[in-house]
Design a protein around this ligand. Structure first.
Ligand code: ATP
Ligand code: MG
Length: 569
């Protein structure tokens, strides 16, 4: 491709609203442009990288026997009503009416659509298992679109769905797709981990997220320093490895704690450690108010509460609700006199507190020497808190550290959540109707592109891994008006393309400094400069990643390129 025939609008300045490297560089190097908040065009270079990511995804999914299809982005509301998600998906789902006033949604995901297709076409166990996928634009009206392609409102996703007549068959496909994802993200050159995740609004059971390790990631991963254990912090299990001190239980006393509200204030006012404080929070779990306890140095994890209590929703009670039910403000509530009014559920660590501190349910007072079981009864103890750095790893090997991650992929075992709701069944060997068992598997294709850009750059621009680079070679004649240079550049352009290299040739009438700066910004693996020595048939190669320079005669160019590309892959 000649640069004058394409559109690569590079920018010198860092665009004002781009906070992270990948977003800045994809804009500056002319790969993408924003058209509205969270909505982007892929310009020619961006489109080429996107295609490369898509090809890797296709190759790996085809290899495990998944078949590609393409479903509509525009989906009738009836399907979403059947699954129940028309009501629960919320404002992220973009909805609209057609000219007959029929309701539609722009697909945020395609469980409903694929379930309806399979329901209509698959009748017998003999046609199972089956895995179908598509690569398609998705629409989600995200609350905070940001970081460019990392969180858009319109983005490219690969979504796959598998259909089974047994849990074992689902397990097999899940394994295979897990492996395909590992291959995909490895081929993209990403530093990633597969982590145990929460099944969230999808309503599944087993699930893993593929996380690219990155400072700009929105998720926190808890991982072991001595094993392969890794989980989203939302899910990371905390094992019960606590013990009580063996001091005697003392008599409970009420003490005045005027103006003292937070755990920090209580601990410093009474000169105790936060560990010895019992933190009480009033939650609304579905329709019921529940007092949830944790140790003062721990944080309650509402996702764990939700899963533990099998609830649909868990939210903190408002200040007014707390006052009405507990008779005092948030800073003074506690479990001791609350048991008859309200159910108490406690994190397992609370069981081991000896002579602890808790709110007295009276404004400005706390109780000291509170002992669980003796002074209050919890209905149940469970693992309800966030894991912390330094906690033992749940697999018993090593301790937990944290890292930030960008979620690029997600694999789910859905079970019969959608088949049941939408009556998608097959006939088993005995002719009985059974719900089809499902799995679903997503990859953020455009997010993956941005994650690669985030990991592969330096202070001069992007540095693409060769498998994803929009072109292999950047051919730069310094001066197209020089006859030797123009002739050699044109000759090499044809020759290299004949040898199956994708070549971008900078045929613009720009100064060399501009061409070089743009070339570094765009970040192709190898630059070939045709300059003063063109008359001798000599060109200069520069490896973008290492900065290494080589002078090469045109006759040796092909063999040299083969050698360099070997070192890059
Ligand atoms: P997130 O927690 O980041 O919002 P999600 O759990 O909503 O992601 P899924 O519904 O599992 O994501 O979608 C599958 C994949 O699509 C994700 O793993 C992610 O890579 C990608 N993805 C999701 N939302 C966006 C978005 N707004 N922009 C770009 N990619 C996205
Ligand atoms: Mg989301």
């Amino acid at each position: 491709m000649k640069q004058r025939n394409t559109l690569i609008p590079t920018l010198k300045e860092i665009p004002a609203d781009a906070d992270i490297k990948s977003h800045q560089l994809l804009l500056r190097a002319g790969y993408i442009r924003q058209n509205a908040s969270g909505i982007y065009s892929f310009l020619p270079l961006g489109k080429r990288v996107l295609k490369k990511v898509e090809e890797i995804v296709r190759e790996e999914l085809d290899a495990v026997g998944a078949a590609e299809l393409l479903m509509p982005a525009l989906q009738p509301s009836e399907l979403w009503k059947e699954s129940g998600r028309w009501g629960t998906y919320g404002p992220e789902l973009m909805r609209m009416n057609d000219r007959h006033d029929r309701e539609f949604a722009l697909g945020a995901t395609h469980e409903e659509m694929i379930t309806s297709i399979v329901r209509d076409e698959i009748k017998s166990y003999k046609r199972l298992p089956l895995t179908l996928y598509q690569i398609q634009t998705k629409y989600r009206d995200e609350k905070r679109p940001r970081f460019g392609l990392l969180r858009g409102r319109e983005f490219v996703m690969k979504d796959a769905y598998s259909f089974h007549s047994s849990a074992e068959s689902l397990d097999d496909t899940y394994e295979q797709i897990f492996q395909a994802y590992t291959n995909i993200f490895t081929r993209c050159g990403l530093n990633f981990r597969a982590v145990i995740a929460d099944s969230g609004a999808m309503g599944g059971k087993d699930t893993h997220e593929f996380m690219v390790l990155s400072e700009v990631g929105e998720d926190t991963i808890a991982y072991s320093d001595q094993s392969t254990y890794a989980a989203n912090i939302e899910m990371a299990e905390v094992i019960d490895s606590y013990s009580s001190s063996n001091e005697d239980m003392r008599d409970t006393e009420k003490v005045s704690t005027p103006g003292v509200k937070t755990i920090e204030e209580v601990a410093s006012f009474l000169e105790v450690s936060r560990e010895n404080c019992i933190k009480s929070l009033l939650f609304k779990v579905d329709e019921e108010f529940v007092l949830i306890l944790s140790r003062g140095d721990h944080e309650i994890n509402d996702i764990k509460v939700k899963n533990f209590m099998n609830a649909e929703s868990v939210e903190l009670a408002s200040a007014e609700e707390t006052k009405e039910i507990m008779g005092c403000t948030v800073g003074s509530i506690g479990p001791c006199t609350a048991g008859d009014k309200i159910k108490i559920v406690a994190d397992q660590a609370v069981k081991y507190v000896r002579n602890g501190i808790a709110g007295a349910n009276e404004e400005g007072y706390h109780l000291v020497n509170v002992n669980p079981e003796r002074d209050f009864q919890a209905a149940v103890f469970g693992d309800l808190r966030f894991i912390q750095e330094g906690d033992p790893s749940p697999d018993g090997k090593g301790t937990i550290s944290f890292a930030k991650g960008i979620e690029v992929g997600h694999v789910f075992k859905l079970g019969t959540r959608y088949s049941d709701a939408m009556n998608s069944t097959y006939l088993d060997e005995n002719g009985r109707a059974q719900s089809i068992i499902m799995g679903c598997y997503g990859i953020g294709v455009s997010r993956t592109l941005a994650a690669v850009a985030e990991q592969y750059n330096d202070d001069r621009g992007l540095v693409w891994p060769s498998d994803l680079s929009p072109y292999d070679l950047h051919l730069i004649p310094i001066n197209m008006k020089d006859e030797h240079q123009a002739n050699l550049a044109n000759e090499l352009y044809e020759e290299l393309r004949k040898n199956r290299y994708d070549v971008l040739m900078d045929d613009r009438a720009e100064r060399p400094g501009v061409k070089f700066a743009d070339s570094d910004l765009i970040g192709l693996p190898i630059r070939i400069t045709v300059g003063k020595k063109a008359s001798e048939g000599i060109v200069e190669l520069k490896v973008r990643k290492t900065g290494d320079m080589h002078e090469v005669h045109k006759d040796d160019l092909l063999s040299t390129l083969i050698d360099i590309f070997k070192t890059l892959s």
